[in-house]
Write a protein that binds this ligand. Structure first.
Ligand code: GLN
Length: 198
């Protein structure tokens, strides 16, 4: 069946193709052979080793998740979760100032969806990242930040506006867009984490 031992990219809305190429390159760099596939059907999810939830528009992604019957399968999925930007909003336990939809509660964090306001819709910054020797060049586009983390969530990066990268077990949750910055360390870090944990 499609999706066996693959990395899946949730392909309902958002920057899906960028994630597919970034994961394909990272997998190649690590000398691995794992297919990367777009995921549009709930039944493909349990067979994946990881699911990426891309950036895009979280209200739209959440609506399509529910319309496609994917809420429970994603919540029950035990593989890796790589969530970026809108994906962070979707993965949160709760949201600041947002009542139109209920996120998936994949990790115990509270997220402020549009934390940087209209004036500063997008920007780039070199961010020191716990575990990396040199800063990571992060691209923020209408980015969310984390305003609260649960006790067993590890903070990996923080800027004055808030927490922008966390992990718990096989879940890596990021405010920014590593799939467009031509630095594959984030994808490689994630793959190493999920392949060495069971
Ligand atoms: N702020 C957007 C949202 O909440 C996310 C923006 C993005 O993914 N680039 O949907």
């Amino acid at each position: 069946m499609a999706g066996n031992a693959a990395v899946g990219i949730l392909a309902l809305q958002g920057d899906v193709s960028e994630h597919i190429s970034a994961f394909e390159s990272a997998i190649r760099n690590l000398g691995l052979s794992i297919p990367v596939i777009p995921v549009r059907r709930a039944e493909d999810i349990p067979h994946l080793i990881a699911l990426a939830i891309p950036g895009g528009e979280s209200t739209t992604i959440m609506r399509l998740i529910d319309q496609n019957g994917m809420r429970r399968p994603i919540q029950q999925f035990e593989g890796g979760i790589f969530a970026t930007c809108a994906g962070m909003v979707v993965a949160a336990r709760d949201l600041v100032n947002e009542t139109r939809f209920t996120p998936l509660d994949l990790i115990d964090i509270t997220v402020n969806r549009n934390a940087f306001g209209r004036q500063r819709e997008s920007f780039e910054a070199d961010i020191p990242f716990n575990g990396f020797d040199t800063p990571f060049h992060a691209v923020f586009i209408r980015a969310p930040v984390i305003t609260r983390v649960g006790p067993d969530v590890t903070i990996l990066a923080e800027i004055p506006q808030g927490i922008i990268a966390v992990k718990k077990g096989k879940k890596l949750i990021l405010s920014f867009h590593p799939e467009i910055s031509h630095d594959l360390r984030m994808h490689e870090y994630f793959l190493n984490e999920i392949l060495t944990k069971n």
